[in-house]
Design a binder for this molecule. Structure first.
Ligand SMILES: [Mg+2]
Length: 340
């Protein structure tokens, strides 16, 4: 499929556009052969496991055409895959993106590049800064806009960070600050509420920094690789669904329970504790480490904060406890849950 970059493309302009995109992809890295043949060829090093992840992003579910700039949709699509690699401590090798788009999004507009071209602007900028090549993909006409990303990475054999390695006594950490994405999305939704549904949301430039965590989240690749290289973590997951949901995944896979100290949670500027607990899409890392494990205050420029501890699972007791000034309470997983 790497070479069959377009399926159902009906005119030369679309093919030209795809050729242009191909010329924007620098060769090299792990991609021995990229777009242009039937498959991409990836070159790996001996002694590595290959990490593969796939994520589907759909208009109205993971982004909104009327709200999100196309560059942000491209960036966020790639972030979802890169963040999964980061959570395993994997080094990214290659990305594959398949798009299903209505024809209006493939054609250039009045005096501006097509939605698809601007989608690739956002995706390729993040690919470049992450040191990863786009090695293939597919394009099909579709009644609704969707983007499917496949990421391939590598990690030293047997050293990937799993969700299942936590044990009672471990400390729980997060990178960065939480809730910024949900807070930004809430501001966009508030503003959109005042508009006719068919009107495109115009984002004032003064909102740029506030919306950055939502529109352009940064996957924590260097932090994940650092944790593997220093054998510092017992388990890890990326915060895609929300702290309350993602810590529950670690507890379930590790067969443990957890206590989170609400006062210790690093809350992003402009966000609430609820945003930080349940918001999701922050793409920070949540990881556990042995109680005696020494960790720096920052890893590759991103702060590391201890927010709780792993305890033994108790039959009949809720797995996650939130310690608050008013006393302990059960923390239900209220983050993003599919088809809820
Ligand atoms: Mg994940």
């Amino acid at each position: 499929m790497a070479g069959r970059t377009v399926r159902g493309a009906r005119n030369g302009a679309e093919l030209d556009l795809l050729r242009q995109i191909r010329t924007r992809i620098p060769p090299g890295g792990a991609v021995a052969l990229g777009i242009g043949d039937d498959c991409a060829l990836l070159r790996t090093r001996p002694g590595e496991d290959i990490a593969v992840t796939t994520d589907l992003s759909i208009d109205g579910r993971h982004f909104r055409l009327g709200w999100h700039p196309p560059q942000s949709v491209g960036h966020r699509t790639l972030t979802r895959g890169l963040s999964d690699l980061a959570a395993m401590g994997a080094r990214p090798l290659a990305a594959f993106v398949s798009l299903g788009l209505p024809p209006t999004l493939v054609r250039p507009g009045r005096g501006r590049a097509s939605w698809m071209s601007r989608f690739y602007d956002g995706l390729l900028a993040l690919a470049d800064s992450s040191g990863i090549s786009l090695a293939g993909g597919d394009l099909s006409e579709s009644p609704m806009a969707l983007a499917d990303i496949v990421l391939v990475g590598s990690v030293p054999r047997g050293k990937a960070l799993l969700r299942s390695g936590s044990a009672p006594g471990d400390a729980i950490y997060v990178t960065g600050a939480l809730g910024g994405s949900a807070a930004g999305l809430a501001r966009m939704a508030e503003r959109a509420w005042t508009l006719n549904p068919s009107t495109r949301l115009r984002i004032p430039p003064s909102w740029d920094s506030m919306l950055q965590p939502h529109l352009y989240p940064q996957p924590r690749l260097r932090q994940g690789v650092w944790l593997v290289e220093h054998r510092a973590a017992t388990a890890a997951i990326d915060l895609s669904d929300g702290l309350s949901t993602d810590i529950a995944h670690i507890c379930e896979e590790s067969g443990v329970a957890a206590e989170i100290d609400s006062a210790a949670i690093p809350i992003a500027a402009g966000a609430t504790l609820e945003n930080a607990l349940h918001g999701g899409e922050d793409y920070e890392l949540l990881f556990t480490a042995r109680a005696g494990q020494r960790l720096p205050a920052q890893i590759a420029g991103v702060p590391i904060t201890r927010i709780g501890r792993v305890i033994a699972a108790r039959p009949g007791k809720p797995p996650i406890t939130l310690l608050t000034p008013a006393g302990p309470r059960s923390l239900e997983p209220l983050g993003w849950q599919h088809f809820r």
